[in-house]
Design a protein around this ligand. Sequence first.
Ligand code: AVJ
Length: 323
Amino acid sequence: SSERFTLDDRLPVDHLERALREDVQRGLAERPRWLPPKWFYDARGSELFEEITRLPEYYPTRAEQEILVRRAPEIADLSRAASLAELGSGSSRKTRLLLDALTERGTLLTYAPQDVSPSALREAGEALCLDYPSLHVRATVADFEQEIVLPDTPGPRLLAFLGSTIGNLDRDERAGFYARLRRRMSGDDQLLLGADLVKDPQVLVRAYDDSRGVTAAFNRNVLAVLNRELGADFDPDAFAHRAVWDAQHERIEMHLVAEAEQNVKIPALDLRLDFAAGESVRTEISCKFRRESLEEELGRAGFTVREWWTDGPGRFALLLVVP
Ligand code: AVJ
């Protein structure tokens, strides 16, 4: 296409609705109950997440940004990427640092963001086209848990998976994800991976339980999504926000805890749920990483870590990984 911006929607029209129903049906029936974190991100949830990234307690976004500012020229030199693909690109805010460096280096032709939100892709894509007048933006609407779409452009591709979104997957899910990624990548492609690191549990818990209650609102928003999409009658205010450090799995878990006994109807699923007082729904895992074990799990999938960069205080890592 001669258009500088294209958007390829690969999700079947009823995908989100079908997947949501399946996830809710499965997760809320299990004990302990759980929901996948991807359902946080409707328009309101995406707004709340943007607000989280600006909170004083939520360091990961700023830490990763600091690394990108410092290392973008090296990333451009080492990858010489003709295209930059990004999984779960959202607002593409941090991406500009990479686009600037790769444009400066003179190799970049195409940016290929992939996200489940067509509106985020359109907004970000159109803004980028204005600011990068020779860039081609090839956006894809797809769920990276289902499919990983890389542009079929010539030359090396740099695949970015930033923000420690990888932490939302447990060990087994990560292994499956790496394997699918590895199969899609050619010998000259590279992966740029953002990973939040294990640190003082107090610092971690505060990052997920901020004093202004933005993360609490973000967490409860998933109940509003279920109310709207499935006609459920959750009272979000009847659930307390909890962030806990699971030392065994080295992960933060977010929960919604029923403050009193609740009966909830989900008509679209013909479901009635009884919550005992104190019963919780796990809404997110956010795994934290150590260098050795992360390099090892990537190695098992056939990847080699070429560079490991951290921010000054060593809170967050950015990895350049090769097949
Ligand atoms: C976007 C998945 C990386 O786990 O830190 C922020 C989401 N949840 N605060 C994270 C999130 C609560 C975030 N990720």
